[in-house]
Design a protein around this ligand. Structure first.
Ligand SMILES: Cc1ncc(COP(=O)(O)O)c(C=O)c1O
Length: 457
């Protein structure tokens, strides 16, 4: 795909940030320099170095408020939006979403601990995972965190723990509803062939097994059909299917009070992307669940949804510094930046596309300046953009990549022993560090040289 910088002129959708490529506070000043949250991006790099993750607080809060308000507007019963912390997990993010009245979904002890440290109330946290360790399950139970049971192995261990502690435990069951949606196969989870959740056809056995346990109380159902979804129909179908499963569970004596429809709403990474708004998405799931309950004369369950990407992605950008250029005549010019697959593994993993521009002179894109933007890692596939049109640029100039708030920092690695970038929060002209930059020495912290090797050297 050929990327251009014309997206900077798009009208901003204030109440559904996922429909924008850029954070809602993005401006280009009279000196032709890019700012976000009132902070000049070049000045941020001068102070905090590059690559640098930048998160815009206003965009984040607008996304949270859009979910809250739409649930209040469209769902006649009680509701709770839950932030999928895998999208970007930090003490700061946990704190921000808690302040917006969100719950949080975690999939490891690390994410659970981060949520608790950030101040998310334990009764608003749910614990997911297709292969939870015993230690993680115990951590969740000891902290009174609700467990979403994914498979028979989970069920068996929860039964054992609840019996051994003589303690009643509320659980939710995750199942695969058999819904196909058009997204990358790695982020599609709702079809029958998925590693997550109980198969739809096995649910009757699961309900029977739970009803035979002494201490497990089945209070909720969960399904998540995939991520970066632009269609509304799959979630309309999901609401209806989940209500039929409430009816099935009832036959085994289970009173389902909570319905969690997962996340999945897509965002606009490039001009070609046109996701529905948060309002439209919530309207779809709310009316599908409410209508199906009405049809079946069921009390409305508490409606939960688990957005990740559409909360945090558009609020985040990554700033890189340009280093080397290499022109292969008649083929392409590589422009290398000081980060790449270690801070953003999505392009090499999912062939994901992004939009980007120069930090200084952002609107200037010259059709003769076509570049392949390469990362600095030892992989030929470490390419952030196959082809992008930029203005005139040289070594030392800065590039801003948009839409990197989700699944970048949280999926980052130390490949090639490259330290992770710092993250700064910007708001009203102030910038605050929310995650410090790693140093090469930090990366040595867990290396151990056994004594006998020390003696040899
Ligand atoms: C169980 C579950 N819930 C929620 C999410 C969040 O999805 P998204 O970031 O697309 O909103 C995911 C993402 O993979 C997930 O696996």
């Amino acid at each position: 795909m050929k990327e251009k910088t014309s997206f900077l002129k798009n009208e901003i959708c204030e109440n559904s940030p996922n429909k924008n490529i850029i954070p809602v506070t993005t401006t280009i000043d009279s000196n032709n320099q890019l700012s976000i949250g009132g902070c000049n991006l070049e000045e941020l790099v001068n102070k905090y170095d590059s690559p640098l993750y930048v998160l815009d607080e206003i965009t984040l809060r607008k996304s949270c408020k859009a979910y809250k308000q739409a649930l209040e507007k469209y769902y006649p019963g009680e509701s709770l939006p839950i932030y999928a912390s895998k999208a970007n997990s930090s003490i700061f993010m946990s704190n921000l979403i808690a302040s917006e009245g969100f719950g949080l979904d975690a999939v490891s002890e690390g994410e659970l601990l981060t949520a608790l440290k950030g101040g998310v109330p334990n009764d608003k946290i749910v614990f997911h995972g297709n292969n939870k360790s015993d230690k993680e399950i115990e951590f969740a139970i000891n902290n009174n965190i609700k467990v979403i049971v994914d498979n028979e192995y989970d069920l068996k261990r929860l039964e054992e723990i609840s019996d051994s502690q003589n303690k009643y435990i509320d659980i939710m069951i995750r199942f695969t509803p058999g819904i196909e949606c058009h997204t990358h196969e790695y982020i599609r989870t709702g079809s029958f062939d998925s590693k997550f959740g109980f198969g739809f056809e096995t649910l009757h056995k699961v309900f029977e097994a739970v009803s035979k346990t002494k201490h497990l109380k089945l209070i909720g159902l969960h399904a998540h059909i995939g991520s970066q979804i632009f269609e509304l129909d799959p979630h309309n179908d999901l609401g209806e299917i989940m209500v039929t499963v409430i009816l099935e569970a009832k036959k085994y004596g289970h009173n389902i009070q909570e319905l969690n429809v997962g996340g999945g709403l897509g965002i606009k990474y490039t001009q070609e992307d046109d996701p529905p708004s948060i309002d439209e998405w919530i309207k779809t799931v709310s009316s599908s669940v409410a209508n199906a309950c009405k049809k079946n004369k069921l009390n409305l369950p508490i409606l939960m949804c688990e957005p990740g990407r559409s909360i945090v992605s558009t609020a985040g950008v990554t700033i890189y510094k340009i280093g080397s250029f290499k022109t292969i005549p008649g083929i392409r010019t590589y422009l290398s930046v000081d980060g790449g697959m270690s801070d953003n593994p999505r392009p090499i993993t999912y062939q994901s596309n992004y939009s980007a521009c120069l930090v200084n002179n952002p609107l200037n894109s010259n059709p003769n300046n076509k570049f392949t933007v390469a990362g600095k890692h030892c992989e030929s596939g470490d390419v952030l953009f196959k082809e992008i049109e930029l203005g005139n640029c040289k070594t030392g100039d800065l590039i801003c990549v948009f839409g990197t708030g989700a699944y970048n920092n949280s999926m980052s690695s130390n490949y090639n022993r490259i330290p992770k970038p710092a993250s700064v929060l910007v708001c009203n002209g102030e910038a605050e560090i929310i995650q410090r930059r790693e140093t090469p020495n930090d990366l040595l912290k867990y290396d151990v040289l056994p004594d006998r090797f020390i003696k040899q050297s």
